[in-house]
Write a new protein. Structure first.
Length: 157
């Protein structure tokens, strides 16, 4: 037998070895991250919930999911341990990079134009519509459609 016939099998076995090796490295890093958890750190569960670690046990952790609300989770359910700045930014909306002393952008662009009066636009009525004409009711429109039916016709659409 020639070595060229075994070459595809050798490449396949080598690729499988490299994939399992990288997966084992990822698992070891995740286990190390979970073992390094300390009470008071912020975490994100694999379900996407953010909480604060209160107690760490062998296989479980006690998380404070809301002020005064505690829940016991398996250590394997912790997806990421977050540093304090990132946890506060996500949960509390704190962003230390934002400086609130700068000028605030207004919600309305009309304050930027300097004009005291802004022309009002009436979006409610057409110019052709008369003030005296009553608005058609939905029931009136439905009744008008039903008038064209005879006794044997169905209401199918």
């Amino acid at each position: 037998m020639d070595i060229l016939t075994f070459l595809p099998f050798i490449v396949l076995i080598g690729a499988m070895f490299l994939m399992t090796r990288s997966a084992k490295k990822k698992q070891a890093a995740a286990a190390q991250m979970r073992n390094d958890m300390q009470p008071g750190t912020g975490v994100r569960t694999i379900g996407g919930m953010y909480a604060t670690v209160k107690e760490v046990h062998d296989d479980t952790v006690l998380l404070e999911v809301a002020p005064g609300v505690h829940a016991v989770y398996a250590k394997n359910s912790i997806g990421a341990v977050l540093d304090d700045a990132e946890y506060n930014r996500i949960v509390h909306g704190d962003d230390p990079e934002l400086d609130t002393d700068d000028a605030v952008v207004p919600d309305d662009a009309s304050s930027l134009t300097g004009d005291a009066e802004v022309a009002k636009i009436d979006l409610g009525k057409d110019d052709d519509a008369s003030e005296d004409a009553p608005a058609k009711d939905v029931k009136d429109v439905k009744d008008a459609k039903d008038e064209g039916k005879t006794d044997g016709e169905a209401d199918t659409k």
